[in-house]
Design a protein around this ligand. Sequence first.
Ligand code: MEV
Length: 426
Amino acid sequence: MTGSSRISGFHNKSIKERRQALIDGAWLDSTDTAILDRGGIEPALADRMIENVIGLYALPLGIATNFLINGREVLVPMAVEEPSVVAGVSFMARLIREGGGFSADADEPEMIGQIQILDLPDLTAAEKTLLAHREEILAEAAEADPVLVRAGGGPRDIEVRTIDSPLSGPFLVLHLIIDVRDAMGANAVNTACERVAPLIERLTGGRTRLRILSNLADRRLARARCAIPAAALAFEGWSGEAVREGILEAYAFAAADPHRAATHNKGIMNGVDAVVLATGNDWRAVEAGAHAYAARHGTYTSLSTWECDGEGRLAGYLELPMAAGIIGGATRVHPAARAALKILGVRTARELAEVIVSVGLAQNLAALRALSTEGIQHGHMRLHARQVAIAAGASGEAVDRIAGQMVAEHAVRTDRAEALVKQLRK
Ligand code: MEV
């Protein structure tokens, strides 16, 4: 049984103390923490994962605290290079706890495979034929992955769409809907699409071309909600109501303007991607799905919504496709991803999706709260200053000293950091 995700003073601890806190709270054991020193993998393993390997490329792995999701205490591992992200979500998760935490849910893990069918003289007749042979197509697709079928997943349905392309002329697309259970699902879907393509050609007399999953995984949506009492939003001279109204005005901007929505959604993805990456999942797939979903009504808009509810609380909602798994790919091969999944304590891909979307909502709130009050640079500069100091050659205690001085001087710049490093060395 793991402890509370509200670990007091976690950010003030050393790396060693933080690891000990995870061990004490039964989130991990000492063999798990030991592998984190090396970023989780050895060059030899990397050499088996991709081609032409020359080494490893590491990112910081942080833990976001304070998450309460569907009544469950969750510590969130995040792999990210940007300062403020982990601190921002942890702080917002603490405020959101005051409103009862996140409530989240996710659809069945159904992915869409697309098969493009060309050279059809009569599209309507071909569509009718395909729909009439639905069971035969599903049975053939099921043959592609008997293990998935035994695990309770497998092909669920077909859809046929007509696409009128000015480039290639009209053609059909068959959507093969596959429940991929706890996998991300790309391999299962692509294998099934390739398997059924010859049958599709036999049935229609057409020619199949592409056989590949769609990253617009809009049958596999995850949603998170939160409602924060206005009083919990108050800070340093800002009333809770003023913060809430500022956030609502910021949201109105993103809802109406694609230029702002792209940045607003980037903030959401700061949280989403960091968890997707930490758990060994394909963050490009999740990114592609999120932005395509944000444009689903024809205009690119905000993925989240914010409103003042009947009790004056700030209520947030985020929905996006979430093709992330807990088996297959790097999720099991990469020891750090395995450790991340262990910390999360998720038993299914749906539970993982619920956590990821909650983190996205928290990250969005962190950005909107900062942007609509003191401005993003205030908190950001403190953390950014440390990176500038390190880049200028500072190490150990000098990092915080130089960073602190640059912030105090309002001069967080490489030239100033270099001068301070030189001064300190003298
Ligand atoms: C920076 O990485 C993310 C933000 O730009 C998001 C936003 O503007 O909402 C701060």
